[in-house]
Ligand binder design. Structure first.
Ligand SMILES: [Zn+2]
Length: 288
């Protein structure tokens, strides 16, 4: 199966009351880990690529070629969307040209009217090619590729306006944060989320900062229209911890334990466990 837009999988999820995970990739190991679990769990999946990760992997075209070839060689038959995460205006256009099947244009740091104009422009280019578009209103707390947001709560009226531009899915700040949550975090603003869900014409909503949100809060958010949940930091943390343990246990010094394929294997397994858990928690298991 080739790459698909995120539109159909998310609209189905919205209707049926579950969410599809966006799992960010950084290299071949991460991509392989996520694709194999998606196939095993019979779950649709969204592979997220930040602009930084795209650059790290030497460019968007490399990413597209790697993902497509890997899907073929691994016989992946579940729906897979390749999605730009927090794209700039130029980044979104570059990913559309490179063959991504979905892009996020994050104009949340622009004045609202400028966000509207730029989002419209991306929608126009993407829609012609059947590519899904995610827009953002109200910045999400924590760090996004070097930009630190304060974690605004989005204005439902602004959400309504952006949702009417022909976008596929909407990310709205509701007190969520990228990275780990501080001990004094107040939780998601469910009142505002409910209002946004009611004013945006059943458009799939996106929850960023999925690391460390309690399970019951995730379930409640899904009931108000969240159909895509981004998981990134949690995978980075477990990957690092597993590889660190391998080295601290001295396993790299036993036999050919220094072989990178062996050295990184515990990290890959740790990522796979997180992806499995999230697919079950979000309800996307067996939905492909
Ligand atoms: Zn995000």
């Amino acid at each position: 199966m080739s790459l698909v837009s995120a539109k159909e999988m998310l609209e189905t999820a919205r209707k049926e009351g579950y969410a599809v995970g966006q799992f960010n990739i950084n290299n071949l190991e991460w991509t392989k880990a996520i694709l194999t679990v998606a196939q095993e769990k019979k779950s649709p999946v969204i592979l997220g690529v930040s602009e930084g990760a795209g650059k790290y992997m030497t460019g968007y075209k490399t990413v597209v070629a790697m993902v497509k070839s890997m899907m073929e060689s691994l016989n992946i038959t579940v729906p897979v969307a390749l999605h730009l995460d927090h794209g700039s205006f130029e980044g979104a256009k570059a990913c559309i040209d490179a063959g991504f099947s979905s892009v996020m244009f994050d104009g949340s740091h622009y004045p609202f009217d400028e966000n509207v104009d730029k989002t419209k422009e991306i929608v126009k280019i993407a829609t012609q090619q059947g590519i899904s578009v995610e827009a953002e209103v109200g910045s999400i707390g924590g760090e996004e590729d070097g930009v630190t947001g304060t974690g605004e709560v989005a204005d439902p009226e602004e959400c309504r306006k952006i949702a009417s531009l022909g976008i596929t899915m909407l990310a709205a700040g509701i007190g969520n944060i990228h990275g780990s949550y501080p001990d004094d975090w107040k939780g998601l603003d469910m009142g505002v989320l409910k209002e946004i869900g009611e004013t945006t014409n059943n458009i799939p909503l996106v929850l960023h900062g999925g690391t460390g949100i309690p399970d019951d809060m995730v379930a409640e958010a899904i009931s108000y229209g969240v159909s895509k949940i981004n998981v990134n930091t949690e995978k980075q943390l477990v990957f690092a911890a597993a590889v660190r343990k391998y080295i601290e246990d001295g396993k790299d010094k036993v036999g050919k334990g220094f072989d990178p394929r062996k050295l990184l294997a515990p990290g890959v397994e740790a990522i796979q466990n997180v992806v499995r858990e999230k697919m079950d928690l979000f309800g996307s298991t067996n939905k492909a």
